[in-house]
Ligand binder design. Structure first.
Ligand code: ZN
Length: 327
């Protein structure tokens, strides 16, 4: 029997949801009209998107008490009747259309069962790489439970058009990756760090997904050792394929929300996560959208991403982890 590719099944799902679910139809139509503005940082571009539909996500309470009191919106029993899914990963995940989009094609890929947001199980990163392979027009992203996930109690990835994320193209600039920034690898691929874009990141680039998993496993240990906490490090991840290469970008974080997060005078309703790390800022409030400048965005990256001292600790620990693995 002929089986449609996942990408085609997802396209059919999107068309069906746009046709039969008014909320989705209205929100994707509104996104088409969304105002956009570009900001130029030293070596990267940021796109601001005025998107009032994201207010719910930007304002979401993610503390344990709030989570315990709200019905989980990724569990089937609490979802709208109109929501349809495509099963993926041997029945372990459901791919669904995100009804509050940032991208013209915006997916949520959630575990079928209610289990916490965590990458402790190495299969999760393997799944992320496979998803990026199966959805070649998308960047698949993961927001850590303390770094932007609005459902930290129910495991999920998201995915959106990679062409809308400036960073996915910017990482191809060789100037961002001098040889001395490479910390592991061979002819098939490697892992390196970069400071060129005004926010620190690690990038794994390889033709072999298994190699990407190995590098990420070492990196996760290195990040935990550097932070001194044996729990999932604060992080945002994005994964996409390009010319047969897998890219896995890891943004270690030192802070979840900015100090002046909130609404009212002197406050900004900004809860930056993976898409902001990749250069696309969905801004819910018009006042914030109008007031943001390149300097302000750079200050937010400085506040939320790891500083030099922490980055150096992570790199040092990566080398120790790498050597240890050969003992
Ligand atoms: Zn759930």
């Amino acid at each position: 029997m002929c089986q449609l590719s996942i990408a085609l099944q997802v396209e059919a799902l999107q068309q069906q949801q746009l046709r039969d679910w008014p909320l989705v139809r209205d929100n994707y139509a509104a996104l088409e009209q969304a105002e956009l503005r570009e900001l130029t940082l030293a070596h990267s571009m940021v796109v601001l998107q005025l998107n009032p539909g994201r207010r719910g996500s930007a304002a979401a309470r993610v503390d344990a008490q709030a989570l315990a009191q709200r019905p989980c919106f990724l569990c089937r029993k609490h979802q709208p009747a109109e929501q349809r899914i495509v099963e993926w990963g041997g029945g372990r995940y459901k791919i669904q259309v995100n009804p509050y989009p940032i991208f013209p094609h915006h997916l949520t890929i959630a575990a079928l069962t209610h289990e916490p947001q965590s990458l402790a199980d190495p299969h999760r990163v393997a799944d992320m790489l496979q998803l990026a392979h199966d959805l070649p027009d998308y960047a698949v992203f993961y927001n850590g439970p303390r770094c932007g996930a609005s459902a930290p109690d129910h495991f999920h990835f998201q995915a959106g058009d990679k062409a809308m994320l400036p960073l996915c193209a910017e990482v191809n600039d060789p100037a961002a990756w001098p040889e001395e920034n490479r910390i592991d690898g061979n002819v098939e691929g490697g892992i390196a760090f970069s400071t060129r874009f005004g926010r620190f990141l690690f990038l794994i680039k390889t033709v072999q997904p298994v190699q990407a998993q190995l590098f990420y496993a070492r990196l996760q240990v290195a990040m935990m050792l550097a932070s001194g906490k044996m729990e999932e490090p604060m992080q945002n991840l994005l994964c996409w394929t390009d010319d047969g290469n897998y890219h896995l970008a890891v943004f270690p974080r030192q802070r979840h929300r900015p100090a002046n997060y909130g609404t009212g005078p002197g406050r900004w309703l900004l809860s930056p996560a993976s898409t902001e790390m990749a250069g696309l800022w969905a801004v819910a409030e018009a006042d914030d959208y109008n007031a943001l400048t390149a300097e302000r965005v750079q200050a937010l990256y400085n506040e939320l991403c790891v500083d030099n001292a922490m980055a150096v600790r992570m790199i040092d620990n990566y080398f120790k982890t790498k050597m240890g693995s050969f003992n």
